[in-house]
Ligand binder design. Structure first.
Ligand SMILES: NC(=O)c1ccc[n+]([C@@H]2O[C@H](COP(=O)([O-])OP(=O)(O)OC[C@H]3O[C@@H](n4cnc5c(N)ncnc54)[C@H](O)[C@@H]3O)[C@@H](O)[C@H]2O)c1
Length: 450
């Protein structure tokens, strides 16, 4: 252990950009928990984590939250309007969480990193590799963390899948499918302000893109434990490389049948192994499932290996509940209590917990480790260790962002009446190259190596 435990009381001030659904689901319970309990670990000591400032378009949900939360949260500054992010940064924060609509992450994250703040970005991180390059360069220049929330990697079932793969119990993945269907209320009302021109693939396929890329594409080179934190140097599984991307979408419910707003998207990604074998994954997404569906969302995966099959369903883990006049509207018939649930604990306490909240806590632990788990002279070493965690670092998000960028470009082409395209990865013409049937032209989306 390189650290001298710092037992004095330290403080981290957090800024929140975007005060919508995901703030309420995961950040709110996390900040209320740290307001109550702080955060302690032997290596970084006791840390006060305060939600110091928030920024959003109108400020109204933040004001409503302040009133509802009462003593559950400390006083925070509430900024709204076009320059809300700049005001939040000027207010003085150490870390910034970005939970704005997906096509607005880049601007907020860029401003925060430029101001030298650590940043946590909701999935999908950004929509192009060019944007990712900018964020990564800024985080390196200003010596701060830039991380992304991928809570599905914290789902115990997905952790077990990766453990089986790492241990060689499941060998050589060949193909698979994933489905994630969101209710109509998401596209119809929740996201009405920013739904124009958007698609459910970028919004939720990205969960499974990352799951596949991380689970089968990167494994620890060795196990190492340092004060309870595993910080191994992570090595890419030799040979696995992203090869090509295709996708199709349907329109006509959220927007016009000939417009650029999508109801559902089917994405296919293909990876190539050096021996000529390939692995293909289909990811189906939608945000027009009826609101009286028995679960909040439908999430299912199946992965096939040389020696096995893994099939999992996120909302059918054993619970099925019916309550007269309340299910499946207000309450759902097949809930997922592992992601995020509200509970009456056996010891009488009311709590909200799950891997959706744990993954945010993990970021603040990484941040506290960098800032407080030892002498300032060794900060850069600690920073490098936390950057090497490729489950959430921007540097490890290249394949995921490449697939999102390709998917968005393919949908744009389809909306222009040119369906059926394909994006080649790291070919002779560039890192991401879009080919359209019947056209000689190859559009270079990203010239560098993915
Ligand atoms: N991890 C998950 O499972 C999960 C679930 C839902 C959403 N998300 C992600 O979280 C992000 C937000 O989703 P949501 O469901 O909370 O959306 P939402 O529409 O409920 O809320 C968006 C918030 O961003 C604010 N905002 C919009 N533009 C802004 C700007 N330019 N500057 C500052 N604030 C701005 C709005 O005022 C609002 O408070 C999206 O990227 C989404 O993909 C993640």
């Amino acid at each position: 252990m390189d650290a001298i435990p710092n037992l004095s009381r330290q403080k981290l001030r957090a800024g929140m950009i975007g005060m919508g659904m995901i703030f309420d689901d995961t950040y709110r319970p996390f900040f209320e928990q740290t307001h109550r309990e702080g955060l302690f670990r032997r290596d970084f000591g006791f840390i006060d984590i305060a939600l110091s400032a928030v920024a959003s378009r109108t400020g109204s949900r933040a004001e409503k939250y302040r009133k509802a939360a009462g003593a559950n949260i400390a006083a925070f500054a509430n900024f709204a309007g076009a320059d809300a992010t700049q005001q939040l940064l000027a207010h003085g924060v150490d870390a910034v969480c970005v939970a704005t609509p997906d096509d607005r992450h880049f601007e907020s994250a860029r401003l925060a990193l430029e101001a030298g703040k650590h940043v946590l970005i909701e999935k999908p991180s950004v929509l192009t590799l060019q944007e990712l390059d900018t964020l990564q360069a800024l985080s390196l220049k200003n010596n701060v963390l830039a991380k992304i929330v991928y809570h599905k990697l914290g789902d115990p079932d997905h952790k077990k899948l990766r453990t089986h793969y790492a241990d060689g119990n499941l060998q050589h993945v060949n193909n698979g499918y994933c489905a994630l269907l969101e209710p109509k209320s998401i596209s119809g009302s929740q996201f009405a302000e920013w739904i124009q021109g958007r698609n459910p693939g970028t919004y939720v396929a990205v969960h499974y893109i990352k799951l596949i890329d991380f689970t089968f594409g990167s494994l620890p080179a060795r196990s190492a434990s340092d004060a309870g934190i595993t910080t191994p140097p992570l090595a890419l599984r030799p040979g696995w490389r992203l090869a090509r991307i295709t996708c199709n979408g349907q329109r006509g419910i959220v927007g016009p049948a000939t417009g650029n707003t999508w109801d559902s998207v089917q994405l296919q990604i293909v990876y190539a192994y050096p021996d000529g074998r390939e692995a293909a994954f289909d990811i189906h997404t939608s945000w027009v499932t009826p609101d009286n569906f028995p679960g909040y969302v439908d999430q299912e995966v199946q992965f096939r290996f040389d020696n096995g099959v893994w099939a999992a369903h996120q909302r059918k883990r054993g619970v099925e509940v019916t309550i007269e006049n309340r299910t499946p509207g207000e309450l759902k018939i097949t809930p997922n209590h592992h992601y995020n649930g509200t509970f009456l604990e056996p010891w009488g306490e009311r709590s909200q917990r799950g891997y959706g909240i744990e993954i945010i806590q993990k970021f603040f632990e990484e941040l506290a480790y960098v800032e407080f788990a030892g002498p300032p002279a060794l900060r850069s070493e600690r920073l490098a260790r936390m950057r090497a965690l490729d489950y959430n670092d921007v540097s490890a998000d290249r394949n995921t962002v490449a697939i999102v960028q390709a998917m968005e470009a393919l949908l744009t082409r389809q909306a222009r009446g040119e369906p059926g395209g394909l994006v080649e990865v790291n070919g002779p013409r560039g890192g991401l190259v879009l080919l359209t049937p019947g056209k000689a032209e190859a559009a270079v989306l990203y010239p560098g190596t993915v």
